[in-house]
Design a protein around this ligand. Structure first.
Ligand SMILES: NC(=O)c1ccc[n+]([C@@H]2O[C@H](COP(=O)([O-])OP(=O)(O)OC[C@H]3O[C@@H](n4cnc5c(N)ncnc54)[C@H](OP(=O)(O)O)[C@@H]3O)[C@@H](O)[C@H]2O)c1
Length: 291
């Protein structure tokens, strides 16, 4: 085996499906204690069994979290901290990209669901686990964005429309949340310099989504996914980048990167590098945390 994560603890969110599940298998195969954080007990338990069998490891556990809810995120962080002394890697893989949504949906915390799930609550979970990541250093935070951002070269955070109050499209909300993750990565990497905690972002390309996750979609969306699938990577192939970022020993001090594949750095959209916007986003995100 190329890498060794024995005695290392790794959290993967959204681990019951697609890239998160494939990454959980790869990480367990190289010895990691894998904590699969999933929204559904039923889907999570099934995936837990699958991962244990595929990886031939019992060193895998399930924790429930609904990333759209701050209460659930806080509970999951508490549960993790009560059961684990260390955290070596967290992979923020879970995301909401339900293209059936045509109007903004508010979370229990009163935030727009896509921005809350794909950005605000990821920042919250990172902060809740930061002391343990620091105490376990060298340790790693891995965020996930999307190659689709290249179709929005001028995208910026629309601070006056974060709840979709002026206008809403799922596509825009999704890409804005992913742009926010890229900015969060660059900003947090700066903030954590010298702590031994690195922050890197994966630019996920077109990855096949299993049929079982698409059967609820209207016909036109099914057609779109069928077309995309012809050119898609497998979740396993994409997960190799997560595993590389989580496990390659040469990356202990590599931080603030944006990656397409192992050893393939890419540039983000110009606005993602704007320190002023990054810091404004940081402050506004923290203001959205319920105390
Ligand atoms: N597939 C692509 O072409 C593509 C392209 C660009 C970026 N990405 C990114 O890659 C990552 C993984 O996507 P994937 O392709 O593996 O898709 P997937 O198979 O649909 O997996 C998404 C995962 O996120 C979980 N999730 C969604 N909302 C959640 C919530 N509120 N709380 C907890 N978990 C939640 C899902 O759980 P449930 O089973 O409960 O829904 C599922 O486990 C995402 O960040 C996505 O944005 C994917």
């Amino acid at each position: 085996m190329k890498y060794d994560l024995s005695n290392k603890t790794v959290i993967v969110t959204g681990a019951n499906s697609g890239i998160g599940k494939a990454a959980s298998i790869q990480l367990a195969q190289i010895g990691a204690q894998v904590v699969m954080m999933c929204r559904s007990k039923e889907r999570g338990e099934q995936a837990l069994q699958d991962v244990r069998v595929a990886a031939k490891s019992e060193n895998v556990e399930l924790m429930l979290v609904d990333m759209s809810s701050q209460g659930s995120v806080r509970k999951a962080a508490d549960e993790f901290l009560s059961r684990h002394k260390r955290l070596d890697v967290i992979i923020h893989n879970a995301a909401n990209f339900d293209h059936r949504q045509t109007k903004p949906v508010m979370t229990v915390d009163g935030l727009e669901n896509v921005f809350a799930t794909n950005h605000v609550n990821i920042v919250l979970l990172s902060q809740l686990l930061l002391d343990t990541l620091k105490a376990s250093a060298p340790s790693r935070i891995i965020t996930v964005a999307s190659k689709g951002l290249i179709t929005y070269p001028f995208l910026d955070i629309d601070f006056n429309n974060l709840a979709g109050e002026k206008k809403f499209s799922m596509q825009h909300a999704y890409y804005q949340s992913k742009q926010a993750q890229v900015m969060f990565t660059f900003d947090l990497a700066e903030r954590l310099k010298g702590t031994g905690v690195t922050v890197n972002c994966v630019r996920v390309g077109n990855v096949a989504i299993p049929d079982t996750r698409l059967d609820h979609l209207p016909k036109f969306l099914l057609k779109m996914y069928e077309m995309k699938r012809k050119f898609a990577l497998t979740p396993e192939k994409m997960a190799e980048t997560y595993t590389w970022l989580a496990a390659d020993p040469s990356l202990d001090h590599v931080t603030g990167g944006y990656w397409d594949a192992p050893n393939v750095p890419v540039k983000a959209n110009k606005n993602a590098y704007n320190r002023e916007t990054q810091m404004r986003l940081w402050n506004i995100t923290e203001e959205k945390f319920k105390k």
